[in-house]
Design a protein around this ligand. Sequence first.
Ligand code: SF4
Ligand code: SF4
Length: 487
Amino acid sequence: MTVDAPQTSSDNNPGDLQLYAKAKKVYPQSVKGRFRNFKWAFMIFALGLYYFLPFVRWDRGPNAPDQAVLIDFPARRFYFFFIEIWPQEIYYLTGLLILAALTLFLMNALAGRVWCGYMCFQTVWTDLFMLVERWIEGDRRERIKADKQPMTLPRVGKLISKHIVWLLIAWWTGGAWVLYFADAPTLVEELAFGQAPMVAYVWIGILTATTYIMAGHMREQVCVYMCPWPRIQAALTDEWALNVTYRKDRGEPRGSLKKMKARAEEGLPAGDCVDCGQCVAVCPTGIDIRDGAQLACIQCGLCIDACDNVMEKIGKPRGLVDYDTDINIQRHLEGKDSVYRFIRPRTIIYIVMISLVSGLMLYTLANRQLVDLNVLHDRNPLFVTLSDGSIRNGYTIRLINKASTHRDFEMSLVGVPEGFSMKAVGIESDDPRSMVIPIDQDITKELRVQVFAPPQADLDKSQSIGFNVRDTETGEAQLVTDYFKAP
Ligand code: SF4
Ligand code: SF4
């Protein structure tokens, strides 16, 4: 039995145009093969990583959280193993997003929708939900048969069990998500005793619902109707990208094994496709790859496994359905050999851009400073002339200690003539041009600083002034320049 592709309004007669295409239920059949094995392996890896990563510990010293991956909203920090990102360093996130987009483009240039078929969250969770469905309700044949028969008590029991397991997986998915935003063991305990913050329950509820609906009920409809990537991908791809394809030159004319044998014996053309429908039966989106490239094809490769199994059984070479390029489809029809071109301008551009962005990010990470200094000149007034003729400028100075230990910083004036001095509210110092600022670990300290130019100083309206901070122990320093304003 074959299952039709999801219907669209264009499938209808022009006079019977419908804006809503009713979803047709797809009953994907289990299959064994190399692509299926790869999908299982990736699913175990991805889900294992997602569910257990919050429990991995990473020692950052006595005053910092020890969760390896943590998005700490109250402290406004993102921790990823040895990396700690502050709000001022949000450009790292921009870099990561650019890298992700470029990697997706590169994957697309090499092997089409390989992301959709193997790595997308929707695919991974749908695969898991289908596995549960198969375990409880049976494979395709049993499910189709059961759906056609009247409801019985055992069937109701199976359906209830399936939805309970689906909901448990969905709940665990939402539960794992919130663990990335707080200390995981503590939050698990709070959740168990109903003492977690309300926002945690709300997010678990939202993710439980979306996972259950999208992976359990909507499945291929998310890929076909909701996701923008197939449309973007279609605009980005070219004829050299590998896609799951049916080799028409080999497969046609198709027909049952008996019919094809008879045709061959009569000396008539006989294709390798025995029209068994296995490639359609295993397809998670319910389409027939023999109809050519389709938006609904997520390129999961399961039809390749199905067809290879059939070919092996009937003693024909594998690869009637396989990853191949549009160029080769045409070449095969013309009786020519396959050609592949993985190194071409677009793949080179993507690789160069990925290398540049990753190199830049690694360089900035390796040279990341654990002290940060911001200087903001007062706008109103820009300067004040005091009764003795000296000029005063005010600044707001923000000093950030990104280390996990208390530090003493010496802040000094640089690049200004003799006689300049400074004072900071709440800090005592014997030296008029420098002061020591103690600052606790992992915090930002804001200071009101006043800089004075002596009377009769030869001043321009605006001259450069430098503030230098230096860790008294490690010597790590940062210099920021601003302006000193005068009449
Ligand atoms: S046609 Fe093949 S590759 Fe495409 S979604 Fe169906 S099984 Fe996967
Ligand atoms: S599985 Fe292979 S042989 Fe069977 S219908 Fe599909 S393409 Fe033809």
